[in-house]
Design a protein around this ligand. Structure first.
Ligand SMILES: CC(=O)CC(=O)SCCNC(=O)CCNC(=O)[C@H](O)C(C)(C)COP(=O)(O)OP(=O)(O)OC[C@H]1O[C@@H](n2cnc3c(N)ncnc32)[C@H](O)[C@@H]1OP(=O)(O)O
Ligand SMILES: NC(=O)C1=CN([C@@H]2O[C@H](COP(=O)(O)OP(=O)(O)OC[C@H]3O[C@@H](n4cnc5c(N)ncnc54)[C@H](OP(=O)(O)O)[C@@H]3O)[C@@H](O)[C@H]2O)C=CC1
Length: 378
């Protein structure tokens, strides 16, 4: 695959960032959305991000302008795809919508175009099979914010050609990211299999312990060494993405936790997080905003059960996705920016203590039963 021209379909949280990252590596990018107002907003966000990089001397002003000029916003689908080598689809996480978009694309897309989806959790094979080219279809999963996160998961579908997997790895490297190839197309791939359930686990932990969201978030940040609290990260991701991804994953695999009612409520009330001004927390604007968390209040919540749940899901991945532990570690460090390897944190807590906590939870709910792989590490 020779890539010069990339079309990004969808200009929201992820689409604008993927367009920017591609343009920063010299590709010509068309950014497509269904209305001009969304494209205007996306181009504003790209400008904000490039200005930030200029102010930090990661780019010169001239480079910033040049990158911006390589991105062309277009609403008309045929026009947007006219000379496209690689199409990256970044529309909302709704299977029917994605299929509808691919059906429209198939009517106007050139024969040479390769299809890639940035889906968080949906099966690549199922989407690919609805298109004209399942053998030239692949998952390319960036992390939020794509401008800063180093990881990209590469997910081949059942019919994806081997050469396309190699070409995709090269493409990911060409945009200065680190690829991890998911061996099986399981719900949530690698990182989301750990991250999405954790948001619900944290909400269930509030119910069980009476801890506040600030206490849990501070513990996640200062004791488990995540760069953001877990509720803060859910707000940053968007409650629509969290909710839809969980429902999709849970419907395909009952080992994924039941969605927590609070997350369903926030979603129903359109409290989607940072992008709508309120989620778990309130925000003053749409631009990047952080929550004040403190080492002091972190001491009020012991995150051992949360840690146990991430490890239990990691163990599931090792068995069912055929991931090896180093790959999972790499995915967490580069995809979620962990400041310290999770398995090192686990050693400090002690695997025996962690398994004992899961067994305690499992007395009331079999869902928490420790995975045999985890037990074997004791
Ligand atoms: C749902 C899915 O399918 C998959 C997913 O995406 S799962 C979620 C994956 N992502 C994560 O887990 C994100 C976790 N968070 C992080 O890694 C880090 O908090 C972060 C990289 C976002 C920020 O880094 P940080 O060390 O915490 O520092 P912070 O001070 O907040 O930000 C660093 C700077 O980057 C800037 N920045 C933020 N977003 C930016 C962007 N898009 N472009 C350019 N600069 C940006 C900030 O404004 C800040 O600048 P100042 O220093 O001038 O204030
Ligand atoms: N948010 C995150 O942290 C991450 C999300 N993802 C995945 O990326 C995808 C997009 O998520 P995200 O960026 O958060 O979502 P957003 O809602 O922020 O963006 C989606 C954009 O696509 C637009 N859109 C809807 N239909 C079409 C269409 N037919 N053609 C082109 N654009 C369309 C939407 O417009 P409108 O607003 O009108 O609907 C919106 O602007 C999802 O699959 C998600 O799971 C992956 C990694 C991280």
């Amino acid at each position: 695959m020779t890539i010069k021209n990339i079309t990004v379909l969808g200009s929201g949280i992820m689409g604008h960032g993927i367009a920017q990252v591609s343009a920063m590596s010299g590709y010509h990018v068309v950014l497509r959305d269904i209305e001009k107002q969304f494209l205007d907003k996306a181009m504003e966000k790209i400008k904000w991000s490039l200005d930030k990089m200029v102010s930090k001397q990661k780019l010169t002003e001239e480079q910033g302008k040049e990158i911006f000029s390589r991105i062309t916003p277009i609403v008309d689908l045929g026009e947007a795809l006219k000379d496209c080598d690689l199409m990256i689809e970044v529309v909302p996480e709704i299977m029917d919508l994605k299929k509808k978009v691919y059906a429209e694309v198939d009517k106007v897309v050139p024969q040479k175009t390769v299809f890639a989806s940035n889906t968080s959790t949906l099966p690549i094979t199922e989407i690919a099979n609805t298109t004209s080219r399942p053998e030239r279809f692949i998952g390319i999963h960036f992390f939020n914010p794509p401008q800063l996160m180093k990881l990209v998961e590469v997910i081949p579908g059942q019919k994806t050609k081997k050469e396309l997997v190699d070409d995709t790895i090269n493409f990911v490297k060409s945009v200065s990211k680190e690829p991890v190839v998911c061996k099986r197309d399981v719900p949530g791939f690698i990182v989301n299999r750990l991250f999405i359930p954790l948001v619900h686990e944290a909400a269930y932990a509030m119910d069980r312990t009476g801890a506040t969201k600030e206490e849990i978030d501070s513990a996640v940040k200062f004791i488990l060494h995540f760069p953001m609290g877990i509720f803060e990260l859910a707000d940053f991701t968007g409650m629509d993405v969290i909710h839809k991804a969980t429902v999709e994953m849970h419907s395909r695999d009952k080992k994924v936790i039941n969605p927590h009612p609070l997350i369903e409520k926030l979603y129903d009330e359109k409290k989607l997080g940072q992008k709508s001004g309120e989620g778990f927390y309130k925000y003053s604007g749409e631009q990047y905003e952080r929550i004040n968390l403190s080492e002091e209040i972190a001491k009020k919540f012991n995150p051992i059960q949360l840690l146990g749940n991430i490890l239990n899901n990691a163990a599931w991945l090792i068995t069912n996705q055929a991931s090896d532990p180093q790959e999972i570690e790499k995915a967490l460090l580069l995809g979620m920016g962990l400041k310290k390897p999770l398995f090192e944190t686990a050693k400090q807590f002690g695997m025996k203590n962690i398994v004992a906590e899961l067994e305690k939870l499992a007395k009331n709910n079999k869902f928490y039963e420790p995975d045999p792989y985890l037990v074997s590490l004791m």
